[in-house]
Design a protein around this ligand. Structure first.
Ligand code: GAP
Length: 440
C-alpha cells in the first residue's frame, strides 16, 4: 500500500464519455430536453456493470463475513435525524457570488479575490447547505420539510437498536447499505465522479472503544484490496490521510483511497473513524439509549464506529477508466475494456459466421444455454472482425464463434478478449470451460 507513485494515464475523460454513450453504458439524463446538469442514466451495459460492482461489494463485504449484516433504509428520514447528525448545521460549503457575471464559486476553490471568470467583484462568503429539501404531505405550506439524505450512514445509526436486538450480534460487527444519496453540489463534474444524485456503498462497523484505531487500519487494508482484487491497477491507487483541518465534523481520523482518474488523483472512497459521535448524538436527540452491553466486561458503553464509505458510481467510473486500453492493430486501433470477469457486463458473446441455417439454429441454442449461466449476447451482424471489435470495446471476456464446420463436429471456437487466443472446443465442454475461466 505505497503512497507515492507516478502513474500513467491510459485515457482521457472525453474518450470515456464518448465510449460510454456510443456503447450504451451511460447517457446524459433527460438528453432529449437538453440534459439535466450532473445527472446521468445508466444504459443497458452500464446498469449491468454498476450492478456487478455493487454485487461484488455486497458479496465480499457482507455475505462472505460473519461479522456483517445488511439493511436498506428509506431515503426520507425524520428531520431531527439531520439536526442530530450535524448536517443541518455543518454540511455546508462556503460560497461566493460574482456581482458582475452572477457565477457562483466555492470560496475554498478559488485563489483570487476577484471572479476567476470575468474579474468582477465577489460577495462575502456565505454558507450554503448541500442538502436537498422537499415537502412531505399534500399541502406545501403545512407540510413538514424533509430532506433527501446526503449519506446512507444515518439510516444505519438510527437502526442500531433494531439490528442489535434482532441479530444478537456481538462487537465488533458492521452494518452495510447500498443506496442513493443526494447533495446539491456546487461544483459537480468530471462525468459521474461528482453528481447531485449518486449511490453510496457504506459500512458502519461498531467496535469497542479503544480498539477503534486497530479496526480503522484493518478496514483501510480490506477496502484497498477490494479494488485491487477486482482488477484496478495498484499503480493508480494510493492512500491519503486527511489533515486535521479537512476532517469532517464527526471524524477523529480519515484516510481516502484515491484513484488516478484522468483529471488526476481524486477520492474514490473514505474510511473514517467516527468515534461515538453519531450514536451519542442520536441518543441525545431521540431520547433512546443507543448502547451495547458487553457481557465479558459486564458494562454498558457506546461503541465507536469505523466507516468505510464508497461511491458506487465513482467506483464504477474507476473500473471503467482502469479497464480502458488502446492497442495498435494492423492499421487501426483496438479499443478493449479489460474488465475483471466478475465485473464485465456481458460475459460471453455468441457469433455465428453466417445468418443461414443450420448455423443460426445451432448458435441460438448455444446462446440460450449460456444465458442460463451468464449475461450473454447474440450478434450476427457484419463481419466477424467487426463483431470481435465490438465485444472488445464493451469488455466481453469470451466470444464463441459458430462456423460452417460446427454443425458437423459439434465444436466451436472460443476467443479470449485480452490475448485474442482461440481454442476449439466441443459444445458439451463450453459451460465448464467458461465457468473455470470466468471464475464466476
Ligand atoms: N458517510 C460518509 C460520507 O458520506 P463522503 O466522503 O462525503 O463520506 C463517501 O462520501 C463517498 O461517496 C465518496 O468517497 C464518493 O465515493 C461518494 N460520493 C460523495 N459525494 C459524491 C458525489 N457528489 N457524487 C458521486 N459520488 C459521491
Amino acid at each position: 500500500m505505497e503512497n507515492e507513485k507516478t502513474p500513467t494515464a491510459t485515457t482521457t475523460m472525453e474518450k470515456i464519455v464518448s465510449l460510454a454513450k456510443r456503447r450504451g453504458f451511460i447517457f446524459q439524463s433527460s438528453e432529449i430536453y437538453g440534459g439535466l446538469n450532473s445527472c446521468w442514466d445508466y444504459g443497458p451495459l452500464g446498469v449491468e456493470l454498476k450492478n456487478n460492482v455493487k454485487r461484488a461489494w455486497w458479496r465480499r463485504m457482507v455475505q462472505a463475513r460473519d461479522d456483517m449484516v445488511g439493511q436498506d433504509a428509506s431515503i426520507l428520514m425524520h428531520p431531527r435525524v439531520w439536526e442530530a447528525s450535524g448536517h443541518l448545521e455543518g454540511f455546508t460549503d462556503p460560497l461566493v457570488d460574482c456581482k458582475q457575471c452572477r457565477q457562483r464559486f466555492r470560496a475554498d476553490h478559488i485563489t483570487t479575490d476577484t471572479c476567476p471568470e470575468c474579474g468582477g467583484e465577489l460577495t462575502e462568503p456565505r454558507n450554503f447547505n448541500l442538502m436537498f429539501k422537499t415537502f412531505m404531505g399534500p399541502v406545501e405550506d403545512q407540510a413538514a420539510v424533509v430532506y433527501l439524505r446526503p449519506e446512507t450512514a444515518q439510516g444505519i445509526f438510527v437502526n442500531f437498536n433494531n439490528i442489535l436486538t434482532t441479530t444478537r450480534k456481538r462487537l465488533p460487527f458492521g452494518v452495510a447499505q447500498i443506496g442513493k444519496s443526494f447533495r446539491n453540489e456546487i461544483t459537480p463534474g468530471n462525468f459521474t465522479f461528482r453528481t447531485r444524485e449518486f449511490e453510496q456503498m457504506e459500512i458502519e462497523y461498531f467496535v469497542k472503544p479503544g480498539t477503534d484505531e486497530e479496526h480503522f487500519h484493518k478496514w483501510v487494508e480490506v477496502r484497498y484490496n477490494w479494488y485491487k482484487e477486482l482488477g484496478i491497477n495498484p499503480d493508480r491507487l494510493r492512500l491519503r490521510p486527511h489533515e486535521p483541518e479537512e476532517l469532517a465534523h464527526y471524524a477523529k481520523a480519515c484516510i481516502d483511497i484515491e484513484y488516478y482518474f484522468p483529471m488526476g488523483w481524486s477520492e474514490l472512497e473514505g474510511i473514517a473513524n467516527r468515534t461515538d459521535y453519531d450514536l451519542k448524538r442520536h441518543a441525545e436527540y431521540s431520547g433512546s439509549k443507543l448502547e451495547y452491553f458487553d457481557q465479558e466486561s459486564n458494562e454498558h458503553y457506546v461503541p465507536y464506529v469505523v466507516e468505510p464509505s464508497a461511491g458506487a458510481d465513482r467506483a464504477t467510473l474507476a473500473f471503467l477508466v482502469d479497464a480502458y486500453h488502446e492497442e495498435p492493430d494492423k492499421d487501426e486501433v483496438r479499443v478493449v475494456l479489460r474488465f475483471h470477469p466478475e465485473l464485465a457486463p456481458v460475459k460471453v458473446a455468441v457469433l455465428p459466421l453466417s445468418r443461414k441455417e443450420p448455423l443460426t439454429a445451432m448458435a441460438k441454442e448455444i446462446s440460450q444455454e449460456l444465458r442460463r449461466h451468464w449475461n450473454t449476447e447474440y450478434d450476427d451482424a457484419k463481419s466477424i472482425g467487426r463483431r470481435y471489435r465490438r465485444q472488445d470495446e464493451i469488455g466481453t471476456p469470451f466470444c464463441v464463434t459458430v462456423d460452417f464446420q460446427s454443425p458437423e463436429d459439434q465444436a466451436v471456437t472460443v476467443r479470449e478478449r485480452d490475448t485474442m487466443a482461440q481454442v476449439r472446443l466441443p459444445v458439451a465442454e463450453l459451460v465448464p470451460y467458461l465457468r473455470e475461466k470466468l471464475g464466476c
